[in-house]
Design a protein around this ligand. Structure first.
Ligand code: PBG
Length: 323
């Protein structure tokens, strides 16, 4: 056989050719933009470790949602920074809590924009843990009740999807039952199914002011070393009634995104978390990486691994790059 018969470079010769054979594509509808709601009016407080991201008062957050809406992105994911915190995360499930008010305002202005709410307690507890603390640890079953109240209050405010991120056992089933009892049987649950105790959440904890005041989250979030356990977590969440599943973080866990895609048929999301954002932003700021290409390559890798949608702080920027 004359060498070489196979010349892989034949299909790489022009952008037209490369585009024809491209296996993975990015579209704005696959991106979800996380946003942080805070008290006040006209507040746009930049998060130091996440340049270009802000704590936004509800009026400003609505403005950001207008951009998201007109860009045609898949939706927004809302987090809240409450006025005050306590031991039982009262702000998380208050009828007029910060997220509840934000959801209401956004849905009023942009009824067609998909609004997802993060259901967790860590932004609302004085100790910064994701639930009720007893004997220096989070009490799983006592926490479920708070999560149910929070999820129902978000649905009541108009959330399209609720997304529990706390990693308590049994929370999907508990939230499903609570939603159904209150006639929210059509509100889907996006489970942060395989969520790891990751260093890459660092910048987020500044953004959401949710760093634990003692210890860490390793008694509830997963050990980064465990892949099989991640599949069990996902399986259990699906059994409990999760409608959509998620792996988080994204790039350090691409192998698990791929495994989840191959094993489960539910819609699969991946969260490109704050630290993943900040690494790219910092390297670009130093002139060490081309920002635009790093954004698109990182998102493409997450899609190629098998994620249907990506929660990413680059949602708007990536959309601009694609247009
Ligand atoms: C709340 C929550 C966290 C993130 C999403 N939901 C922080 C944490 O678990 O400590 C992280 C998101 C990010 O880093 O971008 N539990």
């Amino acid at each position: 056989m004359p060498f070489p018969v196979h010349r892989m470079r034949r299909l790489r010769g022009s952008e037209a050719m490369r585009s024809l054979v491209r296996e993975t594509r990015l579209a704005p509808s696959q991106f979800i933009l996380p946003l942080f709601a805070c008290p006040g009016e006209g507040v746009r407080k930049e998060i130091a470790a996440m340049p270009g991201n802000f704590q936004l008062s509800v009026d400003e957050l609505v403005r950001e949602c207008e951009k998201a809406h007109s860009a045609g992105i898949g939706g927004v994911l809302l987090f809240g920074i409450p006025e005050s915190k306590d031991e039982i995360a009262s702000g998380a499930y208050a009828e007029d809590g910060i997220v509840q008010r934000a959801v209401h305002a956004v849905k009023l202005m942009f009824p067609n924009l998909l609004v997802i709410t993060d259901v967790c307690n860590c932004e609302y507890t004085s100790h910064g843990h994701c639930g009720i603390v007893r004997n220096q640890d989070v009490d799983n079953d006592a926490t479920l009740d708070l999560l149910c109240r929070t999820a129902v209050s978000h649905a009541k405010a108009g959330a399209d999807i609720v997304a529990p991120s706390d990693m308590m056992d049994g929370r999907v089933a508990a939230i499903r039952a609570a939603l159904d009892r209150r006639s929210f049987q059509n509100t889907p649950i996006l489970a942060y199914a395989a969520k790891f105790a990751s260093v890459f959440y660092g910048p987020f904890r500044e953004a959401a002011e949710s760093a634990p005041q003692f210890g860490d989250r390793r008694t509830y979030q997963m050990d980064p070393a465990n892949g099989r356990e991640a599949m069990r977590e996902i399986e259990l969440d699906l059994e409990e009634g999760a409608d959509l599943i998620m792996v988080k973080p994204a790039m350090p866990y691409l192998d698990l995104i791929r495994q989840a895609r191959d094993r489960f048929d539910a819609p699969l999301g991946a969260y490109q978390v704050s630290g993943e954002f900040s690494m790219i932003a910092a390297a670009a700021q130093n002139g060490w990486l081309d920002r635009d290409r790093a954004i698109l390559e990182s998102l493409t890798s997450i899609r190629r691994a098998g994620a249907d949608f990506i929660l990413t702080y680059f949602a708007l920027e990536a959309t601009r790059l694609l247009s």
